[in-house]
Design a protein around this ligand. Structure first.
Ligand SMILES: Cc1cc2nc3c(=O)[nH]c(=O)nc-3n(C[C@H](O)[C@H](O)[C@H](O)COP(=O)(O)OP(=O)(O)OC[C@H]3O[C@@H](n4cnc5c(N)ncnc54)[C@H](O)[C@@H]3O)c2cc1C
Ligand SMILES: *[C@@H]1O[C@H](CO)[C@@H](O)[C@H](O)[C@H]1NC(C)=O
Ligand SMILES: *[C@@H]1O[C@H](CO)[C@@H](O)[C@H](O)[C@H]1NC(C)=O
Ligand SMILES: *[C@@H]1O[C@H](CO)[C@@H](O)[C@H](O)[C@H]1NC(C)=O
Ligand SMILES: *[C@@H]1O[C@H](CO)[C@@H](O)[C@H](O)[C@H]1NC(C)=O
Ligand SMILES: *[C@@H]1O[C@H](CO)[C@@H](O)[C@H](O)[C@H]1NC(C)=O
Ligand SMILES: *[C@@H]1O[C@H](CO)[C@@H](O)[C@H](O)[C@H]1NC(C)=O
Ligand SMILES: *[C@@H]1O[C@H](CO)[C@@H](O)[C@H](O)[C@H]1NC(C)=O
Ligand SMILES: *[C@@H]1O[C@H](CO)[C@@H](O)[C@H](O)[C@H]1NC(C)=O
Ligand SMILES: *[C@@H]1O[C@H](CO)[C@@H](O)[C@H](O)[C@H]1NC(C)=O
Length: 594
């Protein structure tokens, strides 16, 4: 066994490109790294758009060239904003994603080692292609950053060349019809084309000018690149499917440097893989063309369905409430909810601060205020009956917004960035939510009792089940095609502390184990998921993985694009020093066993 593995390893090393140091990607400081003049030559081909990143947190560190004591407090407050990170060439939303490389705190170390070595500020397909070609020809690790919102840390890597898509954000509306590139087919209906780094907010603004909107996410600066390629859930998913289900066509620079257009008819394999298979894997998408839908009227409602935490039936009541969501979702209710057994101050006058139940911000599309209220009257009645009068529903007055834009401008996700945290999530279908309430109760309580709350997003349902030909037309996790709810929790931990990180992982893993056992085949949504899932292939893509891997091998035989947990991640590993190296064996598992 041992000698066979050794021979295999030698074979790999010998077969590696000559410029590669052994079986690793070129890394700053190693001989294989391009010379200064080679970088300058690249810069010349892209009109001087190559950036050597300045450490954004450096303003707070005396030993950094950009140290600026007066600027430090400003940077610290910007650090907490989602949008600010998306305007920086390298900064990302979650501090642990960049290995805490340089936080804006003078007390912390600041090295910059977690960030890319160079960044291309791309605004055209030619810039993107120049970057992909350079990375491939020089065996350099390539990353793509749009907003840097990624929870898995896929948009940043040490010693890499990064293609920064934030300014590739042109938008063009097509009224009435759209001619598919390279075919005779025409898409009938409104649509919008946009650059591969376009933010949600730009899309909403442009489509709103035409009384339409798109299936999009809850925060202004989430960008199309990662959001759509991972699936993309939305307040409008129950009506129109996931964001990936709404893509008509994409332009993509493949890892081999080809500029292709992928739609249902041309480059169909790539079209299938890019929609659901995850970001930075099959190429850099430079343009998306997405369906635009007539803007709906939105009824917005905040509610709390709860009992007292001291009620001995509290866990049953919370479980019963969860079980109502497949029907409520079918009746039109969707949104961002959370469940708790202890409660907290919602800031709403007249509701308790200690409560066990479900609360959150929900909408109903194209219905009346009365209809919206009636959903809660019904829920109230069944809850009163079920709880012997110990639980009830409170709603705030329903707010009507005439367009999606009006709704979004007041209700967008304005949370905080700049933290150190983990996520864990699962998709829940009708079966798990209604079949065996005792088992559901055990699974919900296991999470809630550890984390205090569980996010509970009924954002799937009918249109997601039926969209994209029931999911056959793209590679989104098949779990979505029966899901009603995307359930997740996050957990913060102490920065720089790998022991604390491991403990947090173990705690989340244990808390979710009963839910994982209860939901075989459902898996988890890659864009809001754990970076410690043990079987990412199965968990994020289920039966689609095999075909995804085959397409990955075809479009990227040299693994120009690589990210942890992404399709084809199995053969490489990031070492302690940050360098990416090929694993000496057919797979990580096999190697470790030997
Ligand atoms: C505040 C917040 C709100 C969110 N709300 C929602 C929501 O409502 N619905 C939802 O489904 N998800 C939501 N998410 C999750 C979101 O979908 C992911 O964070 C997603 O990865 C963001 O994509 P991005 O392009 O903005 O981020 P990035 O971190 O820049 O990119 C994410 C991944 O996509 C790759 N990528 C980016 N652009 C391209 C491109 N043009 N071509 C190829 N690869 C590319 C990157 O390399 C990386 O792998 C939210 C996240 C946050 C932080
Ligand atoms: C690229 O060229 C521009 C314009 O000449 C220059 O300002 C910039 O510093 C160069 N980038 C690098 C990394 O040298
Ligand atoms: C990136 O390019 C955009 C568009 O040309 C420009 O406005 C911006 O200043 C550039 N950013 C950096 C950091 O070079
Ligand atoms: C088709 O796509 C290619 C690549 O993006 C582009 O160069 C070409 O102009 C497009 N053709 C039409 C008719 O739009
Ligand atoms: C959008 O709707 C408004 C109000 O109904 C109407 O006045 C306007 O002409 C519409 N705009 C477009 C571009 O259709
Ligand atoms: C909402 O109503 C508008 C106007 O009648 C209609 O065009 C649109 O298709 C409806 N959308 C949904 C999701 O029902
Ligand atoms: C639920 O019932 C209680 C008790 O009758 C009542 O006070 C409350 O207003 C009802 N809530 C809703 C949303 O109907
Ligand atoms: C509900 O109330 C009835 C009548 O007071 C009582 O007999 C029954 O035990 C209660 N059930 C629960 C589950 O508390
Ligand atoms: C790191 O976290 C562990 C576990 O929470 C804790 O015991 C330890 O004290 C922390 N280390 C430091 C240096 O703070
Ligand atoms: C992360 O940073 C620590 C120093 O804080 C360093 O020891 C470690 O090698 C880094 N890891 C990577 C992968 O960059």
């Amino acid at each position: 066994m041992r000698s066979a593995t050794l021979l295999w390893f030698l074979g790999t090393a010998l077969a590696a490109p000559s410029k590669a140091c052994g079986s690793c990607k070129a890394y700053p400081g190693t001989e294989a790294w391009p010379t200064r003049s080679e970088w300058t030559a690249l810069n010349d081909t892209i009109s001087g758009r190559l950036i050597q990143p300045i450490l954004p947190g450096g303003v707070c560190h005396e030993d950094q060239p950009n140290f600026d004591e007066a600027e430090c407090p400003t940077r610290q407050s910007e650090w907490a904003s989602y949008d600010w990170h998306s305007t920086d060439p390298v900064s990302v939303m979650y501090d642990n994603a960049a290995n805490w490389t340089c936080l804006p705190d003078p007390k912390d170390p600041c090295t910059g080692e977690g960030y890319p070595a160079y960044v291309i500020n791309a605004t055209t397909t030619e810039h993107v292609k120049a970057g992909v070609d350079f990375a491939r020809d020089n065996n350099i690790r390539l990353v793509v950053k749009a907003s840097g919102h990624d929870f898995l840390g896929r948009s940043v890597a040490p010693g890499s060349l990064s293609i920064w898509m934030h300014h590739y954000d042109n938008v063009e509306f097509h009224a009435g019809s759209f001619q598919l590139n390279g075919t005779d087919s025409v898409f009938e209906g409104d649509s919008i084309s946009c650059g591969g780094g376009t933010s949600m907010y730009s899309l909403y603004q442009e489509t709103d000018k035409h009384n339409t909107t798109v299936v999009g996410g809850g925060a202004k600066s989430v960008s199309v690149g990662g959001y759509i390629s991972g699936g993309g859930h939305s307040m409008l998913s129950p009506d129109y499917g996931l964001a990936a289900d709404n893509v008509i066509e994409m332009e993509v620079v493949t890892p081999l440097g080809d500029v292709l257009v992928a739609n249902k008819e041309s480059n169909n394999d790539l079209y299938w893989a890019l929609l659901g298979g995850g970001g930075s894997t099959f190429g850099v998408v430079t343009r998306f063309t997405i369906k635009a839908h007539p803007t709906p009227k939105m009824q917005f409602v905040t509610f709390m369905a709860a009992t007292s935490p001291s009620n001995p039936m509290a866990a049953d009541i919370v479980t019963f409430l969860a079980s109502q969501f497949p029907d409520l979702n079918d009746a039109g209710l969707r949104g961002y909810g959370f469940m708790t057994m202890t409660g907290f101050d919602t800031g709403v006058e007249g509701v308790p601060t200690e409560w066990a139940g479900i609360s959150g911000a929900f909408t109903v599309v194209n219905q009346s205020v009365e209809y919206t209220e009636s959903l809660f009257t019904e829920l109230n009645n069944t809850l009163l009956e079920r709880s012997n009068g110990t639980g009830s529903v409170t709603i705030l007055p329903v707010r009507t917004y005439n367009t999606f834009m009006e709704y979004f401008d007041e209700r967008f996700d304005a949370g905080n960035a700049g933290s150190t945290a983990l996520l864990k999530s699962r998709l829940l279908d009708r079966r798990v939510l209604t079949n065996d309430l005792d088992a559901l109760k055990a699974a919900l309580m296991a999470v809630i009792n550890v984390r205090g709350l569980m996010h509970f997003y009924p954002l799937a349902g009918k249109a997601v089940h039926e969209a994209a030909n029931g999911g056959r037309d793209n590679s989104v996790n098949p779990g979505w095609r029966s899901a009603y709810v995307h359930a997740l929790t996050s957990m913060g931990f102490e920065p720089f502390n790998r022991t604390a990180e491991k403990e947090a992982q173990a705690l989340l893993k244990e808390a979710w184990e009963p839910m994982v056992q209860l939901t075989p085949g459902m898996g988890s949504y890659i864009n809001e998921a754990a970076y410690f899932e043990e079987n990412p292939a199965e968990t994020f893509w289920g039966d689609n993985y095999e075909r995804l891997l085959q397409i990955k091998r075809e479009v990227d035989p040299m693994d120009v694009m690589w990210c942890p947990f992404c399709v084809g991640h199995e053969h490489w590993e990031q070492r302690e020093n940050g360098q990416l190296c090929r694993l000496a064996g057919p797979s990580r598992m096999r190697f470790r066993e030997n």
